[in-house]
Design a protein around this ligand. Structure first.
Ligand code: PHE
Length: 483
């Protein structure tokens, strides 16, 4: 077998991994869920989730990848996981497959809106009703949907086809700085608008009354999605690292950049939304319906609208390549396929699998299973079931099965300077990974599948559930010791 490809530099890895993390989740989803859940207070809870659960699991995933130099399936196997754990890795590959299939549909909208912006279409919108009707007519058109979905897919495949260093790393080095610059321009524009102060205080003055169990769970669930956790994307990217990289450092930078971009997108979007007196809590339509009307009516809106959708499309592209890479890495490592063949074959496969999702807004709108369209079903299965479950198993595996002692020996490589024994940071990391992350993730999982509500109905008490999970963890760890 040929030698495994590696990143050209540590910086290249951090950019590529940040590119995976920064995506539709940061620019499309984060602002609207923050808007719906009370702004600053929600953001505070979200930041806590990022630090307490996100960062430890990011480190765990990258570490598994670097140690084994394998895709998720191979990684679990190489670290001594039995059939069950290998299957967990397989679920990650499956999640990559499913997420890419619907992610590219929304990314296609964004690419399509770039063309609309280019043609100056937004200036014909006078009210949100105009833009909403227009949006509905576009997504209702199967040709438009499939067209831009395909274009976006071709770009994704092309980058992955070129390989880790010449495709993913190089692409990220070009796209991420552009993304950053556009966001800064949009932020300055937003802040300079009259009345933007209200948008800023919406982001900074917490309204705690909006925070409840459900918004905490939304924050945690989103922390997962936005950091690309739970399906082995970061594990796969980590597998192209050499043993000299300081993982805790790199992970902190990735998490920081992801959070920074989400907050910057929040500032850009809410200053514009408040300055023009629009509603911040309209939900998913915030970008395609609210923002487009604003762009259509402000000075320089043509350029800013165009820049905005270019930003969104680039952010989506650096994420979608990481999704495809997980699938490709599996076939290359485990099945001995050549990269080019794997990209063409499985790119096409995922593409076809996503066609019903693209048609869920038009031809197949009435075709529902469990009350959901194909698109909603794919989104639900991946975001609400596979990702939280994957994150849960990854933290349990590293902390309890592979074992923190062995994991720490690996983590120390390249990170000797921050790794003094008894260091409080390292101890905090161990506690978070061992107890806090799995317990919290499991609760999110129960919530997002609707099981939590029925469980609470049954036991009327959160603490009993936490206790059950802790006992479960202890049982798992005892089994390992007996072996
Ligand atoms: N993190 C990406 C975003 O925020 C989505 C993603 C999830 C990418 C899982 C890869 C893996 O848009």
């Amino acid at each position: 077998m040929s030698k495994r490809e590696h990143w050209g530099s540590r910086f290249g890895f951090v950019l590529a991994a940040s590119g995976s993390a920064i995506g539709l989740g940061n620019i499309w989803k984060f602002p609207y869920i923050a808007g719906e859940n009370g702004g600053a207070a929600f953001i505070f809870v979200y930041l806590l989730c990022i630090v307490i659960v996100g960062l430890p699991v990011v480190i765990a995933e990258i570490l598994m990848g670097r140690t084994t130099q394998r895709n998720p399936v191979g990684a679990f196997r190489k670290l001594g996981g039995n059939k069950f754990w290998v299957m967990v890795g397989g679920l990650g590959v499956l999640a990559g497959f499913i997420i890419l299939s619907f992610y590219a549909v929304i990314a296609g909208w964004s690419a399509g809106y770039m063309v609309e912006a280019l043609q100056g279409k937004f200036s014909s919108f006078h009210t949100v009703t105009d833009s909403t009707n227009y949006f509905n007519s576009l997504v209702g058109d199967p040709t438009w949907m499939i067209g831009f979905y395909s274009i976006f897919f071709v770009f994704t495949m092309a980058v992955v086809y070129l390989g880790v260093k010449d495709g993913i790393e190089k692409g990220s080095k070009i796209m991420m700085p552009i993304l950053f610059i556009i966001l800064i321009i949009l932020m300055i524009k937003g802040i300079s608008l009259k009345g933007s102060g209200e948008g800023l205080s919406f982001l900074m003055k917490p309204d705690w009354s909006k925070i409840n169990g459900s918004s905490i769970l939304i924050a945690l669930g989103h922390a997962f999605f936005t950091l690309s956790l739970g399906m082995g994307a970061l594990m796969t990217y980590g597998s192209y690292l050499d043993q000299k990289t300081n993982i805790p450092n790199a992970a902190t930078q990735i998490v920081f950049l992801d959070t920074l971009i989400a907050l910057m997108a929040g500032v850009a979007i809410f200053t514009i939304v408040f300055a023009t007196g629009q509603d911040p809590a309209v939900g998913p339509g915030l970008i395609f319906n609210t923002l487009t009307v604003i762009f259509g009516n402000m000075t320089g809106g043509y350029v800013f609208g165009l820049l905005f959708f270019l930003l969104l499309t680039l952010a989506a592209l650096t994420s979608s390549i990481s999704l495809l890479e997980v699938v490709v890495a599996y076939f290359v490592d485990e099945r001995g396929w050549r990269r080019h063949r794997a990209v063409l074959m499985f790119g096409l496969f995922v593409f076809l699998f996503g066609v019903p999702s693209a048609l869920s807004f038009n031809l197949l709108a009435d075709f529902t299973m469990f009350g959901k369209t194909f698109f909603d079903l794919a989104d639900f299965a991946a975001s609400n079931i596979l990702l939280p479950l994957g994150g849960f198993f990854i933290s349990v595996f590293v902390a309890w099965i592979w074992g923190l002692d062995k994991a720490m020996i690996e983590l120390k490589k390249g990170a000797e300077n921050i790794f003094k024994d008894g260091d409080w940071l390292i101890n905090a990391f161990k506690i978070f990974l061992k107890f806090i992350a799995p317990v919290m993730i499991f609760i999110v999982f129960l919530h997002s599948t609707g099981l939590l509500e029925s469980a609470i109905e049954q036991v009327k008490n959160y603490w009993i559930i936490i206790l059950v999970i802790v006992i479960l963890l202890i049982v798992i760890s005892r089994r390992r010791i007996k072996k």
